[in-house]
Design a protein around this ligand. Sequence first.
Ligand code: SF4
Ligand code: SF4
Length: 442
Amino acid sequence: MAATFKGGYHVDDHKSLTNAKPTQMLDGCDVHIFPLRQHIGAPLTPCVTVGDYVYVGQKLADSDQFVSAPVHSSVSGTVIDIKQHIHDSGTMIASVFVENDRKYEVYKGCVPHDYRNMSKENVLELIRDAGIVGMGGAGFPTHVKLQPNTKVTHVLINGAECEPYITSDHRYMLEEPEKIIYGLKVCMYVLGLSDGYIGVETNKQDGMESLKNSSEFNEHIHIVPLKKKYPQGAEKQLIKAITGRNVPAGKLPADAGCVVINATTAVMISELFKTGIPPVIKNVTVSGDAIKNPSNFKVRIGTPVKVLIDKAGGFVSEPQKIISGGPMMGITQYNIDYPVTKTTSSVLAMVKAPKTYDEDAPCIRCGRCVSHCPMHLMPYKIADCSKKGDVDTAKDYNALECIECGLCSYICPANKNLLQFIRMIKPDVMKKVRGEAQKNGK
Ligand code: SF4
Ligand code: SF4
């Protein structure tokens, strides 16, 4: 039986639009745009100036802070500008513009490494210097994840890909399975673990077979079938499904003895050690009913999203909604000038928005938001607290445990956008918790 967690819901996945479509390599475009924020952590300072010639894999910006991740060029060419540009967060971010000379000359410092001949410290330094982050969308620096404060017993690759429409990880499983496993082996080496686990939803049976038939597969790699259910790929839910452990409230996966790495991140780690090149090319799904020819592309980071949409045949009609990421947790976009970053896994365009909300509709007390919440919260109660500005009660209802999966809003028959209200009160709850901790000298 497929492993899973309590709660969650089987949402329509719409993956058949692209899951059988081989990934096509896209040409680079004339100008690539590299936002200096593609990670969670300290901001970056450019290490190039206008007029500099840069190579594929050359660092464009970095920080001296531990929790941060540099950005590298995906093309060779000339830096023509450093200015604010629209980012998929909806804000303007300082970005380096590189005019592509289409020679794709690789930076001389990019050389392959055999991790087995390196110290763990040097492996971590290489991963840090390559700017590898959670490439499924999280953006948390991988070198930090791989240095937990406590001893871990499990490293898990998240191959659930539970968000509807997205098939970029699935295509990696089918087309480059050895890279996922090789990346996992690097993580196992750094963490001192003999075995590693790859969780895959059962809607990707061919992906599981492909991983098992890979040249890198062996008896220490465990492919774990996961029930097809949203949000199966959320860290805490993945850990529960594979190890049976609960991550304590307010704690991290390492506190349950686990490190979770996204499948695309594992591919990028593999690329780094095999070729020496940092993350500069990644799989991106372009899908939705407003896209003429939904597709999977291999894209050079910095490519404007409108180029991907054009390559997928453009729009069949004016989309009502464009989303960076999946429909459950992705970010709605107001234009398509933003570039592909390390964390872009998909671009979706919908003729009709998947759901419209009615804030004034009364709650019918059906309890569906409660029974399906993967964090076992009471979403309607927290949303009520938010409307009333009642921070104390929201804290008592564990508002900070909400992983913002959006399932409560999706599932509510009264069309209440519960997550929006929960998001609104979380910063105040966080402020309160921090204030109390400070007062208690913690
Ligand atoms: S968004 Fe938060 S409250 Fe709503 S179902 Fe997900 S975890 Fe639960
Ligand atoms: S799902 Fe909607 S209608 Fe049902 S209890 Fe929750 S908020 Fe109320």
